[in-house]
Ligand binder design. Sequence first.
Ligand code: FAD
Length: 325
Amino acid sequence: MAKVGIIGAGLAGLTLASRLAGTADVTLFEKARGVSGRMATRRAEPFSFDHGAQYFTARSQPFQDFIAPYVERGLLADWEPHFLMMEAGKAPLTADKHGPHYVGVPHMNAFLKAVAEPFSILLECQIARIEPGEDGVVLLDRDGTQHGPFDWVISTAPAAQSHQLMPHAFSGHDALDTARVMGCFTLMLGYHRTLSPEFDGLFVEGSPVGWIANNASKPGRDGPASIVVHSTNEWAEAHMEDNPDEVARTLLEEASNLTGLDLTSPDHQDLHRWRYAFVTRTAGHPYLIDPGHRLAACGDWCIDGRVESAFLSADKLAHALSEQL
Ligand code: FAD
């Protein structure tokens, strides 16, 4: 059976692992402490926050089929959110968005934790180099440990990181260089007191804040009030290296002004900086494959910056690989 090494255990990496199971011997390498990538959850008992993806759509039949067993098991559910949208300084309006709007239950990362169960995953293992050789492709992690050789290696890291990792010979470098993924700050706020936002999700324009979620309104979240504030990508890019306390202060003040809620003095506060969050320019191909060097890459940055695109990119690559394995 062909040996396949997959870098990244977000949705793209785990989709590949699922699709190749039975035809390949798959090992995943993930630099973080857990799986899920940007479909992440941050817990700080008794609070929890989906600090990456907020919800996702499943419009394509393959993705609907993929998630169906997890919906059945109660690990995914339709949020059925009440969305508002507003321009800073103006009154909010109801936003019509076609659902379902899926979320993991009881946390966003519950879905991919379940998908990951059958697979061999090396966590806290950051791949630093990919080295094609005569006997196959070898991976070197940040501690200098060698993994492999593999018959195929696939990177699902964001485009800029895949660009750094892939050896010079990889045919997809131009496409990797084309993709642009912008940053985002996430402010997580927890309160023991009752907050009564008029919205479950608020889209904002004309402010450093782009989105505010009443995280506790998602299904299966029984904990106290938890609010997730996302900056816009443009604001994050302009303030990427700013003092985190100042970033948090700005987002907190803006969120209070926009919502009219007193969000000051939270019982819990945390800020996360996403260096790579949203795709603003795609690689222009649904996946990248180089059969000559037995290397490939895929992820949301191939199609557009959404959960469903990460799935579709990996699903299409898995079809292409099944003809090669
Ligand atoms: P990732 O989830 O980024 O997975 C890549 C994995 O590779 C990561 O786990 C990373 O740790 C790992 N990795 C990287 N480099 C290495 C290395 N060298 N060695 C080992 N491992 C490595 N999408 C929606 O559809 N709806 C939303 O509401 C939404 N909101 C979002 C909000 C935020 C703040 C962010 C950040 C994203 C949001 N998205 C949303 C986008 C969505 O999260 C992504 O499209 C999707 O999760 C991408 O999946 P992926 O597998 O392609 O990449």
